[in-house]
Design a protein around this ligand. Structure first.
Ligand code: ATP
Length: 244
């Protein structure tokens, strides 16, 4: 059974605009999958549907099925989805700028968890991101874009996820930092067995680390396959990899 499965998911905004048109996709246990597409293709809408951040109160109606292991996700609220092991690192990072990195990590840990577990997780985050430890006493709002992205991923790890969804972690970062952060995402996947669903406009960087990918255009999945096969595809090369 896949860790995450979407079957014929549709999302309608404001009663009329069909943003997601029958999307089906799967992320296997321990798998690392990318959802690639241009601006406005429907990537963030897909992630928000999975994490429970879209609902009628936001003018969005969802149809279809989303399952997480054996659980049917759509009837669950966002906090219950996090508790079940699904975490969403939003585009733009959304850390608490007025708190220190350490306070950000503590705030992301589940209420009622033991101090020993908290320390264990926190040390694991600092082992992945030693730079955060160096900056542990400054306000997170003063960290660089790359450090803030690291903190956003660190906060996600504090929830002890089975699957991490990342929305454009490369946004606004230099190519070198993108490489660094992507290498750590790959390490988290391989060392902890955490499944990853990575949303990216930067297809060439994403296809270097994921096992497989789906391409989304205009709310439709237009292609999917292993990273190796997609990289060889002439249309992917022309439209997603800038002709390289
Ligand atoms: P980006 O990389 O720019 O975030 P995306 O692939 O994530 O793009 P979405 O943000 O999912 O795309 O948007 C898909 C479509 O749905 C777009 O046409 C967008 O304008 C529309 N849309 C997104 N959010 C809303 C909303 N809250 N209300 C109405 N329409 C929306």
């Amino acid at each position: 059974m896949p860790r995450l499965a979407l079957s014929n998911v549709e999302v309608v905004y404001d009663k009329v605009f069909l943003a997601i048109k029958g999307v089906s996709l799967e992320v296997g246990e321990g798998d690392m999958v990318a959802l690639l597409g241009a601006n406005g293709a429907g990537k963030s809408t897909t992630l928000k549907t999975i994490s429970g951040l879209l609902g009628p109160e936001r003018g969005a109606v969802t149809r279809g099925e989303v399952s997480f292991g054996e659980a049917d996700l759509l009837p669950l609220g966002a906090p219950d989805r996090v508790a079940s092991g699904l975490v969403h690192v939003l585009e733009g990072r959304r850390i608490f700028g007025h708190l220190t990195p350490d306070e950000n990590l503590v705030a992301a840990f589940r209420a009622g968890g033991s101090a020993a577990r908290l320390n264990e997780l926190r040390e694991r985050v600092y082992a992945y991101f030693p730079r955060l430890k160096e900056r542990m006493r400054s306000k997170a709002g003063y960290l660089s874009g790359g450090e803030q992205q690291m903190l956003a991923i660190g906060r996600a790890l504090m929830t002890e996820p089975k699957l991490i969804m990342l929305d454009e972690p490369s946004l606004g970062l230099s190519p070198l930092l993108v490489q660094e952060i992507f290498a750590i995402i790959r390490e988290i996947n391989s060392q902890e067995g955490v499944s990853v669903l990575l949303v990216e406009q930067n297809a060439s960087a994403a296809l270097e680390i994921v096992h497989s990918a789906y391409l989304i255009e205009n709310g439709h999945i237009v292609m999917n396959g292993t990273a190796e096969v997609l990289k060889q595809n002439p249309d992917v090369q022309e439209f997603y990899l800038g002709g390289t």
